[in-house]
Design a protein around this ligand. Structure first.
Ligand code: SAH
Ligand code: SF4
Length: 345
């Protein structure tokens, strides 16, 4: 069975050639899928009927959401998708004027075991294929388009660690930025990583204009190891890779820092963090913990969150607090799947 979404451009060209079709058909198919969102070959109206039949006989159905939730303020929608082998992943669409952002999952589960993350609880189930990741983007864009809006931004902040699925995530970025694909500017794509140094460097050379966000959560090694137990790299190694990313791309990195009450949320943590990242072109995005069943940690007080921000700013570090949307539908990393697993126990 051939799933067209699993083919890169070279493989699609080969398939078209093997069917005795002219080379430009590959481009037509690519545009149907990635520009118009038509994944059913039977609906690709600019292809000859015979080719449509031939491809349809082989086509796979698009993963359908088995549950779709929208937050009370309608700013966020979240779909739970069932993959062919029964794995469940989630995709989140965040509406904020004038842009819509999709939050993509890159793995089913995750190996890194961050103690506060519902996805981390599951362990790694498997890598997602390029087709499975692209389908999420196509689906989210179709929701946007149905509402007369446009999907303008992509973040790899759903389930999984994108840089632990580097080859597939890199191919997805190709398709999102290719003129015959989504034709998006790489500057509107953000890869969020727990910090895998060698793949931060690959990203810098393969996709220098894609934004890098590094989930640091702690300024010192010991505390970080408690929060991110499986991460192979030390804080030092991660910061070295970020320095090199800064140098190679000329860009700025975002450090994500999930604040946990009485764990990493004091002003002295903030000052130590500022010291550690001094000299880097960086910005810190504070994320007050979104507690969920089974995961460790409590939400920090508003006072502590603002105090942490102030302490960083006093040290000259540009700092924002993440605007939270869709908390009522558990739109943080991995939570919907966590809820369903609990129900089925
Ligand atoms: N694996 C990647 C990307 C997916 S997680 C990474 O860790 O960066 C995306 C972001 O959600 C990360 O910054 C992660 O720390 C954060 N996150 C995970 N669980 C959370 C929770 N319960 N509350 C708030 N943020 C959370
Ligand atoms: Fe994996 Fe990211 Fe969750 Fe950590 S926060 S367990 S790296 S998905």
């Amino acid at each position: 069975m051939t799933d067209l979404l699993e083919l890169d451009r070279g493989e699609l060209a080969q398939l078209i050639e093997s069917l005795g079709q002219p080379a430009y058909r590959a481009r037509q198919i690519w545009r149907q899928i990635y520009q118009r969102g038509v994944t059913d070959p039977g609906q690709m109206s600019d292809l000859p009927a015979e080719l449509r039949r031939r491809l349809s006989a082989d086509a796979e159905a698009l993963a359908e959401p088995i549950e779709l939730q929208t937050s009370a303020d309608e700013s966020t929608s979240k779909a739970l998708l069932r993959l062919d082998d029964g794995e469940l992943i989630e995709t989140v669409l965040i509406r904020s004027e004038p842009r819509d952002t999709v939050c993509l999952s890159s793995q089913a589960g995750c190996a890194m075991g961050c103690v506060f993350c519902a996805t981390g609880l599951q362990g790694l189930r498997r890598q997602l294929t390029t087709g499975e990741i692209m389908r999420q983007a196509i689906l989210a864009r179709s929701w946007s388009r149905d509402e007369g809006r446009e999907l303008t931004h992509v973040v790899f902040m759903g389930m999984g660690e994108p840089l632990a699925n580097y080859a597939n995530v890199s191919e997805v970025i190709e398709r999102l930025t290719h003129p015959d694909g989504f034709a998006m500017s790489p500057r509107r794509i953000t890869v969020s990583t727990v910090g895998i140094p060698q793949n931060i460097l690959r990203l810098a050379s393969d996709h220098p204009h894609v934004n890098l966000a590094v989930s640091l959560h702690a300024p010192q090694q010991k505390l970080r190891r408690e929060l991110v137990p499986v991460a192979g790299a030390s804080v030092d190694d991660i910061l070295d890779a970020v320095r090199e990313h800064n140098r190679q791309t000329g860009g700025r990195v975002t450090f994500e820092y999930v604040l946990l009450r009485d764990v990493n949320d004091s002003r002295s943590h903030a000052r130590r963090l500022a010291e550690r990242i001094r000299g880097l072109r960086a910005h810190v995005n504070l994320i007050p913990l979104n507690p969920s069943p089974g995961v460790v940690g409590e939400r920090p007080s508003r006072r502590a969150t603002l105090g942490f921000q102030q302490a960083l700013q006093d040290c000259g570090v540009p700092t924002t607090i993440r605007v939270e949307q869709g908390r009522d539908i558990a739109a943080a990393c991995g939570q919907l799947r966590g809820d369903r697993l609990q129900e089925s126990r």
